[in-house]
Design a protein. Structure first.
Length: 133
């Protein structure tokens, strides 16, 4: 059972951004500090968070809850379980479809999870550097 009203929960969830999230900003800041230049929200399937057009590499930064990662950061909803379960399943299916479309267009994809960024941003930037070179 939820501790707040459904109207308050709806308002809270509607305030969560899809672009320029905190994990996304942390990765962009770290990459920029290392001298990398990139495009954001490039017009491609799935609207990648970070794009390196010259290398044909895109990065998706996924929230653990919204994309059903299953880690400690990802927590199961306590109310409206059917709605949230189907929403997360649809998100995961859409992610796979978009990655497939990008691959067919010749792009490489990299998915970074929110928990990875929280755990060690330096490791995330090393992972991206390895992908770029």
């Amino acid at each position: 059972m939820d501790k707040i009203t459904s109207q308050a929960r709806s308002r809270n969830m509607s305030l969560i951004r899809a672009k320029n999230t905190k994990p996304e900003l942390l990765v962009r800041k770290a990459l920029f500090k290392l001298g990398f230049r990139y495009r954001i929200h490039y017009s491609l399937p799935g609207k990648p968070d970070i794009t390196f057009p010259s290398k044909k590499i895109v990065i998706f930064i996924h929230g653990c809850f919204w994309h059903g990662h299953g880690c400690k950061v990802d927590h199961s909803p306590k109310s409206n379980i059917d709605f949230w379960g189907s929403k997360i399943i649809r998100n995961r299916e859409r992610d796979l479809i978009n990655e497939d479309k990008l691959t067919k267009l010749g792009w490489q994809t990299l998915t970074i999870w929110e928990c990875e960024i929280r755990r060690d941003i330096n490791n995330v930037t090393k992972l991206i550097k390895n992908k770029l070179f």
